[in-house]
Design a binder for this molecule. Structure first.
Ligand code: SF4
Ligand code: SF4
Length: 319
């Protein structure tokens, strides 16, 4: 991801008062960004996750349907498959990645539990896989009694890296795990994993709202043990994005597991049925953010621009 689009570097230089959006700065004009929740089916039951536990309401598409839909957009895409569930459970997922990587770049989140992970290099153009975010859900892995699931996770990371795929291991710093997180990181590091990041938990635990409820020491510990950081998690954010001019719906989109296209994951305004798009022309126009909730910090940071800086903030920033 870093090398092709200078993704990490640009996020690192993020200026919340910038007139330009990061999505415009990072991606060449012919590319759009798509966050795609391909499914919401998962084999894990992490306490902090709302992934649906049933297949109800899923609409599975064939690789051919998916390839045609992307071709009809007449755009190239950087597709971030950030499922609400486990994407490798999607039928013919490898074939889907195969067709997607013909003309587009992809990155994806997975819990790395499925054996089909080992087939990945046979199906995809490795150069188009910018990164795999491998979620290490230690409590769920420890529930699997039949095999050493933690060692199997590590084996898969090494396998992907041996096939020149960048893997970033993520670990949700869920409050009940804070007393073991250092030991878990040591275990991963001692097994040769060198890109591991603790991700701040976003949500409510024991009536406290996180990430704000982390103590200063906990924040420092989360950053210190991480050998790879998702800069967005630690950015100094604007108070609100509502009303800001935003490239979501112009350069960047969100596709849900039913195939409905939105400008972003926080918007409730449907733009189109992505798999039956007729007369929909990309890109659209930039518009102010009309969302009252901002569910995904990453999307807002990538897309919003031109925030009004108060006179007082300007003075402080130039002291
Ligand atoms: S593995 Fe991911 S999608 Fe599945 S329950 Fe855990 S956090 Fe949710
Ligand atoms: S919620 Fe975020 S990404 Fe969506 S329109 Fe508002 S600022 Fe843009």
């Amino acid at each position: 991801m870093t090398e092709i689009f200078n993704f990490d570097e640009k996020i690192h230089l993020y200026n919340k008062y910038s007139k330009e959006s990061l999505v415009n700065e990072i991606f060449p004009e012919e590319y759009n960004l798509l966050l795609w929740h391909v499914n919401s089916e998962c084999n894990f039951k992490c306490d902090f996750c709302n992934a649906q536990k049933t297949k109800a309401g899923h609409i599975y598409r064939t690789p051919q349907e998916i390839e045609s839909a992307f071709r009809r957009t007449e755009r190239k895409w950087f597709i971030f498959i950030s499922s609400l569930g486990e994407p490798f459970l999607y039928p013919k997922f490898l074939e889907i990645l195969s067709v997607l990587t013909k003309n587009n770049y992809i990155a994806l989140n997975t819990n790395l539990t499925q054996k089909t992970v080992y087939e990945l290099p046979k199906y995809v153009d490795i150069n188009k896989v910018l990164a795999i975010h491998a979620a290490y859900h230690v409590i769920e892995l420890e529930k699997i009694k039949s095999l050493n699931a933690k060692q199997e996770f590590i084996k898969k990371v090494h396998f992907l890296e041996d096939n020149n795929i960048e893997v970033i291991v993520s670990y949700i710093a869920y409050p009940p795990l804070l007393n073991r997180i250092k030991d878990d990181f040591e275990y991963l590091k001692s097994n040769g994993l060198n890109k591991i990041m603790a991700k701040p938990f976003v949500g409510v635990y024991e009536n406290k709202v996180y990430p704000n409820a982390y103590t200063k020491e906990q924040w420092q510990m989360i950053q210190k043990i991480s050998t790879s950081i998702n800069s967005v998690d630690f950015l100094d954010m604007p108070d609100s994005f509502t009303g800001r001019i935003c490239d979501a719906g112009n350069r960047s989109f969100f596709l849900n597991q039913k195939g409905i296209l939105f400008r972003c994951g926080s918007s409730e305004v449907k733009l189109a049925d992505f798999f039956n798009i007729e007369g929909f022309v990309f890109p659209l126009k930039v518009k102010p953010c009309e969302c009252t909730k901002h569910n995904c910090k990453f999307e807002c940071v990538m897309n919003s621009k031109n925030v009004k800086q108060s006179l007082w903030a300007k003075i402080l920033n130039h002291v």
